[in-house]
Design a protein around this ligand. Sequence first.
Ligand code: HEC
Ligand code: HEC
Ligand code: HEC
Ligand code: HEC
Ligand code: HEC
Length: 313
Amino acid sequence: MARREAVAALALLGLAAACAAGIADEQEPERPPHERIDLPSIAACGGCHQEVYAEWSQSLHARAWTNANVRAATNDFAKESCRPCHSPRSVFETGFDRRPDYRDFNQADGVHCLSCHGLADGVAAARTIEGAPCRPRYEPRLLEADHCYPCHEPTHQAFAEYEESDAFALGIRCVDCHMQPTTHRRGRSHGPNGGLNPDFVKRGLDWSAELADGEVRLTLRNRTGHKFPGEIPSRSLLIEVAFDDAPPRTELLRKPRRGEDRADNRLTPDEVRVLAFPVPPDASRARVRLYFRPLPLLPVEESFLLGEWSGEL
Ligand code: HEC
Ligand code: HEC
Ligand code: HEC
Ligand code: HEC
Ligand code: HEC
């Protein structure tokens, strides 16, 4: 049932998209898609690329200007220095060694299709396609980590972490994890492939638990190309270890907030960490739960479970 509703919703979305694109084409037949950064992504590109549009709309790229965390942290973007990457013009326009320019119109679209794809004479693509209305042109840098750099490095130094990772040494790029090839069309998933997607987050952590020498030993291994939890500072990993019905002991892995007197205890790239919890005398059962907590503005119950283990003592 849920699936049927989802399909129906997608069909409706597609219809709306086709209409919006139709209106855009009718109003300005002479203006090619790559110049339509002043129109919402749905009207600029979404009508013809409905699936990509549907994926992108679920991602934080689409909500970079509107999500509650960002609104709160930037005082509704009264802070001017916060605007450029959350409503960017194309990174190809400014270059890959600096932050993008602020798009001072159509902000609600956040990281617009053309923020990533916009070229002066068409759209950046993995191949050149002659005759397509949006003028796709082969642009090798689109798939490189460099492409993510202008927005992702200046604030949170994800690249310094990435460059120390096994993934980097093996030539695994950001898109190889965050935009994996789709199976049913020739393309890559546009999202949501980040901290709000439990299935995606689970891929980033290997873990196991065992009882040995009077301890519960929890082994964690970071499988991402950066710290775990990654870049977005509000994410955290909550570990709960409980014996019988006693309140659980907890351990919280997260980045300190600015000015906070606390170490950054997240897992470094590829780190294997063993945490030991001594078993209290007379305990008969141990239980381990790992939660990923996505947002500080959400109640803890909205965290999601990454894994669970229990053992008889
Ligand atoms: C009027 C319809 C239309 C609009 C609007 C449109 N496109 Fe396209 N796009 C196409 C067609 C048709 C192709 C070629 C598909 C093919 O041959 O497989 C294409 C191809 C592409 C490709 C290359 C696909 C590949 O298989 O490598 C990219 C990237 C792309 N479009 C991005 C965009 C972006 C970004 C926008 C908005 C600025 C946009 N398109 C707007 C119709 C459109
Ligand atoms: C964060 C940057 C980014 C944003 C935002 C983005 N794209 Fe892409 N897009 C890429 C990358 C990287 C690829 C991979 C190139 C390839 O393999 O074809 C890609 C591929 C594509 C392709 C070709 C393959 C496929 O997946 O079908 C199309 C079409 C496309 N994008 C359209 C869009 C549209 C439409 C939007 C907005 C709704 C959009 N993109 C937003 C980075 C982005
Ligand atoms: C033009 C600026 C820009 C570019 C280029 C860009 N990003 Fe982002 N990205 C952002 C912003 C801004 C956010 C945060 C949105 C928010 O949470 O408010 C973000 C969020 C994300 C997230 C979290 C998404 C989610 O749905 O949870 C991932 C993952 C990500 N980016 C990966 C990438 C990768 C990989 C690339 C390169 C292919 C890339 N980005 C290119 C600006 C950009
Ligand atoms: C080997 C796979 C892998 C590589 C390479 C990788 N990441 Fe990640 N990344 C992940 C996984 C899995 C997560 C989710 C778990 C977490 O938060 O660490 C993540 C989390 C993130 C987040 C936080 C998203 C959110 O919504 O919380 C951002 C932003 C991000 N990565 C950007 C990048 C950028 C930029 C690069 C390239 C410099 C990159 N990643 C390379 C796997 C990878
Ligand atoms: C250089 C580009 C850039 C600038 C400038 C920038 N941001 Fe961001 N912001 C990002 C990217 C990329 C992400 C997603 C990955 C991450 O958190 O590093 C993000 C994510 C965020 C998030 C997390 C959103 C969520 O979904 O939880 C908040 C909050 C935020 N930014 C606030 C700010 C504030 C406040 C400022 C100004 C002081 C600012 N940003 C300036 C690029 C930027």
